[in-house]
Design a protein around this ligand. Structure first.
Ligand code: TMP
Length: 224
């Protein structure tokens, strides 16, 4: 799908393993961008639409077995609805969209960690998203030990159950990390920002905000 000229918004995906700090970063970036006068939409996968909320609950709190292929197709269904209902309308009205995870999460989790065929995942993702890709993906890179201790701390504090994915073993998360590392090694360097997720939040916000503002300026100029 070609969204056309005259800017047409800016799509940012934030990726990384559970506990890498994606959710705080997307909240902070949205408030910084709003303060600068941009119109923004904060969103996520899975779970940004009414259909997505059902799918997220099934995927995270399942009480029955879900086959790996079925798991991926549920994420893809969430993704198709998310693009149709949230992302495309926001881009068409020239907004800055920040999504906590997008298609690369399926490549890392269902492809690299679960072992599904990555070419098929990429094809279905492409179909589900109408070939719309993020203008910029921020990869918050963090080691397994730091991530898992953050996840455990968060859940001990809130006295909440760990989700299906958070209960996975170290070996699974190490494969997810390798997956993300490989995905971003081969992507167009212009569209990726790799950030050390163990740094303090303020440093991360400054590094990412500056980069985002530069990229928006360039896209605006090109699409005038
Ligand atoms: P999060 O919203 O807290 O990041 O949780 C979503 C969980 O779902 C997280 O553990 C990663 C997982 N996930 C996949 O396995 N594949 C996907 O395509 C997406 C979007 C998320």
């Amino acid at each position: 799908m070609n969204l056309g000229k005259n800017f047409k918004g800016f799509l940012i995906a934030i990726e990384g393993i559970d506990g890498c700090g994606k959710s705080s970063l997307s909240e902070n970036l949205i408030s910084e961008l709003n303060n600068l006068g941009f119109e923004t939409v904060k969103t996520k996968e899975p779970g940004a639409t009414p259909l997505g909320q059902y799918l997220r609950d099934i995927l995270q709190n399942r009480t029955f077995d879900i086959d790996d292929k079925a798991e991926f197709l549920l994420f893809a269904a969430d993704r198709a609805q998310h693009m149709h209902q949230v992302v495309i309308p926001a881009l068409q009205s020239n907004k800055i969209v920040i999504s906590d995870r997008m298609a690369d999460s399926s490549v890392a989790y269902q492809g690299y960690a679960r072992g599904l065929n990555i070419d098929i995942i990429n094809k279905i993702n492409d179909w589900a998203t109408n070939s719309i890709k993020p203008d910029l993906t921020i990869y918050l890179k963090i080691d397994y030990q730091t991530a898992i201790s953050r996840v455990k701390h968060r859940y001990n504090k809130n006295e909440q159950e760990l989700t299906h994915f958070e209960k996975e073993k170290e070996e699974f998360f190490k494969k997810v990390i390798t997956g993300f590392d490989n995905i971003f090694k081969i992507k167009d360097k212009d569209k990726v920002l790799i950030i050390d997720g163990t740094q303090n939040q303020n440093t991360i916000i400054l590094q990412t905000l500056e980069h985002i503002l530069d990229k928006i300026k360039i896209k605006k100029k090109l699409n005038e």
